[in-house]
Write a protein that binds this ligand. Structure first.
Ligand code: SAH
Length: 530
């Protein structure tokens, strides 16, 4: 009878998470070898197998016994928790076989049956912490020198890997996790989310959400996996989430502004990616840049005087829009110089159709940028799906009566986050030569009162003007009317739904009725890029 080695990972420890093949393998075996606690965990699968359960420290003895029994013609199931190939028995068994000169053709048959490793089971319980490049590091220096472990933690921390720390601590081994924390804090914010999962999918399961600074204030033991987030990982309620990609971008007035899926992967939003066809950013030049950074960081690390030195923040793209004001359309030379200074060699300055200049500046301190720009009286606003007030110049202030209303609307609503970008056109006379009627919401001052236009289709080949929904709105009412319309759109608009579509869908906004007056033009659709 030919023996066989079945090396089985039985997952985190609950019956439902054992794979079908792992169950079969245990059932078809003649004997089961494993650590005591684990044999108990799979009790339900056993019939009349011979059980060889040993203590933790006797792994090598266990591997040797397994090989011997298989060579005698038995089907031997060697069980490991999680995956047998992750700090499990698979490697040891092969080492024993190799030692004996085993070969695949002539030696006993070996089957390694994969299981759900702690990094996966714990991640599932924590939310989605392992969405990006991740690694596992075992803090056990039982078989590995601590210097090497420390080096790996350092490298993983530096490279911004999500890290699952296995074997973080035991009764006697308590120093390692504190050392690991110290190394990690050199590269990551103290606020970095950290998840502690003890006994995932077992009876005594316990989940703690903490951060890098406070992680040691909680219980960590032999059965805990410590999950360290990367620089983008965030907490959402009780879940730890690592975005699928990096969102190296901040926008004015908001701490976290995740890019919407449709905004991702665009060159301007992710300029560090290896986009095709961009000659000046060849893989070689990027690699050289990365190398330069690593060298600089090495030099910084050698500076041992900086005890408690702040971690190295990742430089992000700061994006904002500037203009001389809502009404004022004239830049001063001083403002232009300040712009050139903050944008520098690496940033970009883009002239937009919205009476604004769009700035994208790689920086780790956006506050310094805003301070410089505010010092020269530039008006700053966030970008993206926000509200922009586009006023005319009121004939250089000659038609100034309605200016305070434009400014009030800007003050109350400018930069507000909305389902989609929203332009409010505000023109100071019936000539409406700045095109208020062509914006999502159009306001025209005429004979001391306001006319209101809603739902222009501002883009596309079927673009059309807004519908005149009211004439002669009293000045004391106009700001409130506009505020209410915008709030209704903010609350009821679908993500990404332009205002005209919203108006058409809901039929009535703040009592203003939608009319199907848009010309019914038959025209072939022409999506972006065609
Ligand atoms: N082969 C196993 C790992 C064995 S090393 C696997 O692939 O998961 C032992 C370490 O694994 C423990 O110290 C702990 O960090 C982790 N671990 C194993 N099972 C776990 C569970 N159910 N919950 C949390 N951590 C677990």
């Amino acid at each position: 009878m030919a023996g066989k080695l079945l090396i089985v990972g039985f997952g985190p420890g609950s019956f439902e998470h054992i794979t079908k093949r792992a169950q079969e393998a245990i059932q078809e075996s003649d004997c089961v070898i494993g650590y005591k606690t684990y044999v108990e965990l799979i009790q339900n699968l056993l019939s009349n197998q011979e059980i060889i359960s040993t203590g933790m420290a006797e792994e090598v003895t266990r591997a040797q016994a397994a090989v011997r029994l298989a060579e005698e013609g038995k089907k031997v199931a060697v069980i490991s928790s999680g995956d047998a190939g992750v700090y499990g028995m698979a490697g040891l068994i092969y080492e024993v076989l190799v030692e004996k000169g085993w070969s695949e053709e002539t030696g006993v048959e070996v089957e390694v049956i994969p299981g759900i490793s702690a990094i996966n089971s714990c991640a599932a319980l924590l939310g989605a912490p392992v969405m990006h490049d991740a690694c596992t590091i075992s803090l056990s220096d039982h078989l590995t020198p601590w210097d090497l472990i420390a080096k790996r933690i350092e490298a993983a921390a530096q490279a911004d890997f999500v890290i699952a720390l296995y074997n973080p601590k035991s009764g006697r081994r308590t120093r390692q996790i504190a050392e690991a924390q110290k190394i990690l804090l050199k590269y990551r914010s103290p606020e970095t989310p950290v998840g502690l999962v003890k006994s995932a999918f077992r009876e005594k399961q316990d989940i703690v959400m903490t951060n890098l600074k406070e992680m040691l204030d909680h219980e960590i033991g032999m059965l805990t996996t410590v999950m360290i987030g990367n620089s983008s990982t965030f907490l959402y309620g009780s879940k730890m989430i690592t975005p699928r990609g990096y969102q190296r971008k901040y926008t004015l007035d908001s701490e976290v502004q995740p890019l919407k899926p449709h905004e991702r992967l665009r060159h301007e939003n992710e300029p560090w990616a290896l986009h095709q066809g961009k000659q000046e950013e060849s893989p070689l030049s990027l690699a050289m840049e990365a190398l330069k950074k690593v060298k600089a960081e090495k030099a910084a690390a050698l500076d041992t005087t900086g005890v408690g030195r702040a971690y190295n923040p990742v430089e992000s793209i700061f994006e904002l829009a500037v203009s001389p004001g809502v009404v004022n359309k004239k830049f001063t030379p001083e403002q232009m110089m300040a712009l050139a200074e903050v944008v520098g060699q690496k940033g970009t300055m883009e002239y937009t159709p919205h009476h604004q200049i769009l700035l994208r500046i790689p920086t780790s301190s956006p506050d310094k940028v805003t301070e410089k720009l505010r010092n020269v009286n530039l008006s700053l606003s966030p970008t993206g799906d926000v509200l922009v007030v586009k006023a005319c110049d009121f004939c250089d202030g000659e038609k100034r009566d309605s200016i305070p209303y434009a400014e009030k609307i800007q003050e109350k609503l400018g930069g507000m986050d909305l389902p989609k970008e929203l332009m409010i056109g505000f023109n100071g006379c019936g000539m409406a030569c700045y095109g208020a009627v062509k914006e999502d919401i159009g306001i025209v001052y005429r004979k001391g009162k306001f006319d209101l236009f809603l739902g222009a289709k501002t883009v596309g080949r079927t673009a059309h003007a807004g519908q005149p929904v009211a004439e002669g709105i009293e000045p004391e009412d106009i700001v409130e009317v506009i505020e209410n319309i915008v709030w209704e759109y903010k609350e009821k608009g679908h993500p990404n739904e332009r205002f005209y579509k919203f108006f058409k869908r809901v039929r009535e906004v703040q009592g203003f009725k939608h009319k199907d007056i848009a010309p019914n033009i038959q025209i072939e659709p022409a999506p972006c890029g065609e």
